[in-house]
Design a protein around this ligand. Structure first.
Ligand code: AMP
Length: 215
């Protein structure tokens, strides 16, 4: 089962991807997480990506595509995967389609988590992330058991640098300009499924499972 999660930053793609991982045992691959790990480790890739990320812009396609295509060749992807945050531009989607076609392969589902910008801005203001392991929380919807402390690793929970309100606005602009056209791209391929992200975690997951079980 090969799944792409589409939707604006903050729509909950990562949270839904994690649940799908638990149910189907396929890895969730988040390009944002890969970049953040590289920044933390001080790699060349991390150094190149940081400036773009902090400004709310996309990292250039040439730094992203090969990285994902290589990751998909790893053994844990044999049964399938969920791509969270990739592709984010039409050239990235085309590169993915081509790379998979070469192996006689293709994506099974593109899930668009649909949410209004105002709801996203509100949600992002409450989003928090663990500095240690990257686990995500929300001060109202998914609070940690102990305020400010990660349930999973005991690390400190903070606001992500690029979740600052001005950066969120910029990221939404970038989303509408560069990433939203992917909705039509996957619709034309007959792979698009729209999920109403305003329904809340449980109802959204029920809708997602209904889609995934339909094939
Ligand atoms: P995310 O955690 O998915 O919201 O990603 C955080 C940031 O990483 C984005 O705002 C981009 O700067 C960068 N990023 C993640 N995935 C991609 C991608 N597929 N293409 C370009 N930039 C990306």
């Amino acid at each position: 089962m090969k799944i792409i999660m589409l939707g604006a930053p903050g729509a909950g793609k990562g949270t839904y991807a994690k649940q799908i991982t638990q149910k189907y045992g396929i890895p969730a691959i988040s390009t944002g997480d890969i970049f953040r790990e590289n920044i933390k480790a001080g790699t060349e890739l991390g150094k190149k990506a940081k400036g773009y990320m902090d400004a709310g812009n996309l990292v250039p396609d040439e730094l992203v595509c090969d990285l994902v295509v290589d990751r998909l060749k790893q053994d844990d992807c044999k049964k399938g995967y969920i791509l969270d945050g990739f592709p984010r531009t039409i050239p990235q989607a085309e590169a993915l389609t081509e790379a998979l076609k070469k192996q006689d392969d293709g994506i099974d589902f593109a899930l668009e988590i649909n949410m209004a910008d105002e709801a996203i801005i509100e949600r992002m203001a409450g989003r928090r992330v663990c500095k240690g392991c990257g686990a995500t929380y929300h001060i109202v919807n998914i609070p940690p058991k102990k305020e400010g402390i990660c349930d999973e690793c005991g690390g400190e929970i903070v606001l992500r640098d690029d979740d600052a309100p001005e950066t969120v606005k910029k990221r939404l602009e970038v989303y509408h300009e560069q990433t939203a056209p992917l909705i039509e791209y996957y619709d034309k391929l007959g792979l698009l499924n729209v999920i109403d992200g305003s329904k809340g975690l449980e109802a959204c997951m029920a809708d997602i499972y209904a889609v995934l079980e339909s094939k």
